[in-house]
Design a protein around this ligand. Structure first.
Ligand SMILES: *[C@@H]1O[C@H](CO)[C@@H](O)[C@H](O)[C@H]1NC(C)=O
Ligand SMILES: *[C@@H]1O[C@H](CO)[C@@H](O)[C@H](O)[C@H]1NC(C)=O
Ligand SMILES: *[C@@H]1O[C@H](CO)[C@@H](O)[C@H](O)[C@H]1NC(C)=O
Ligand SMILES: *[C@@H]1O[C@H](CO)[C@@H](O)[C@H](O)[C@H]1NC(C)=O
Ligand SMILES: *[C@@H]1O[C@H](CO)[C@@H](O)[C@H](O)[C@H]1NC(C)=O
Ligand SMILES: *[C@@H]1O[C@H](CO)[C@@H](O)[C@H](O)[C@H]1NC(C)=O
Length: 253
């Protein structure tokens, strides 16, 4: 008798926990969209309201034989701190690049590649390096040259020892979520919906290697899956133990 009841419980229990897991996941994901309504009242002095997420732009670089050698798709937001010439104190300026206003160029060499984006008085240069031994590339340098209206003079922020966007030759590097790349003490770059391939481009992006932030997205399903597997195991064990008991019962009768 007991084994039969347990056998019936097994699938409905599993279905219940599956539904529960789905509900939990949906509630968690549904919580994400309603965000960022910039409160105008609580903004600190001399800091203009931060813009919304930047528009995503598509950029490419061609080599001497007019073949595309670097591909990039991303939204870019600059976060600069500098001494304002009108306020005489340090201000934080967050500004988006506008793909329709950006001019792009660059260069491709066997083990280095650059992408240069220019909008008005802002020039942002990405430098990628390829290690031909390990066949891994990375973003090794970022340089921002900016002459904003409130700057006393043109400022240059540069770091040539970065290690961001690590990817494998022939593959693209992808990071859908916002990511902050710290460049210098006074300049950081926020990237949105990013996909780049600085080497080994063959017409289009190669298979994407996702950044760790995107992989975190997989964590909830993995945990739910593991919990379900444990649950199923417990039910099966309980069933087997129950069966063994009733079997033993038959023998004693
Ligand atoms: C590269 O950029 C040019 C100019 O915007 C564009 O016409 C072309 O389609 C782009 N090529 C690729 C492969 O994205
Ligand atoms: C340009 O890129 C294409 C495709 O990757 C390659 O076949 C060609 O040799 C490159 N040309 C030069 C001058 O590097
Ligand atoms: C800009 O940088 C400052 C200082 O690093 C930080 O407090 C602020 O949150 C950043 N803002 C954005 C929109 O990234
Ligand atoms: C660019 O910089 C020059 C000189 O610093 C300035 O006169 C001009 O207004 C700037 N343009 C923009 C769009 O900020
Ligand atoms: C390239 O990769 C190899 C193997 O991972 C490593 O030993 C070497 O130091 C790297 N070279 C550079 C210039 O980073
Ligand atoms: C450049 O970046 C590295 C790694 O993020 C950091 O340790 C270093 O302090 C930075 N250099 C400058 C000049 O900001």
């Amino acid at each position: 008798m007991i084994p039969v009841i347990r056998k019936q419980n097994m699938p409905s229990g599993t279905i219940f926990s599956l539904l529960l897991a789905l509900t939990i996941h949906q509630t968690l994901t549904a919580d994400v969209p309603p965000t960022v309504v910039a409160p105008e009242t609580s903004s600190p002095p001399a800091s203009p309201a931060t813009p919304g997420p930047p528009e995503r732009g598509s950029y490419n670089v061609t080599n001497a034989t007019d073949a595309v050698c670097l591909l990039a798709r991303m939204g870019l937001q600059l976060n600069i701190s500098f001494i304002s010439s009108s306020h005489g104190k340090t201000v934080q300026e967050v500004l988006n690049l506008h793909p329709n206003l950006v001019k792009f160029s660059g260069s491709c060499d066997p083990d280095s590649a650059t992408l240069i984006l220019t909008e008005d008085n802002i020039t942002l240069t990405f430098s990628f390096s390829l290690n031909s031994t390990s066949n891994k590339y990375h973003l090794s340098g970022l340089e921002l040259s900016a002459a904003l209206p409130d700057m006393a003079k043109r400022l240059v922020f540069r770091n040539t020892t970065l290690n961001y966007m690590v990817g494998t030759l022939g593959h693209s590097y992808m990071c859908q979520k916002e990511k902050t790349l710290s460049v210098t003490q006074d300049f950081s770059l926020n990237t949105f919906q990013l996909q780049v391939q600085p080497f080994g481009v063959n017409g289009d992006f190669g298979a994407a290697e996702e950044c760790d932030l995107d992989e975190d997205d997989m964590l909830i399903p993995i945990i739910v899956g593991a919990a379900l597997a444990v649950l199923v195991l417990i039910v099966i064990l309980a069933y087997l133990i129950g069966r063994k008991r009733s079997h033993a019962g038959y023998q004693t009768i």
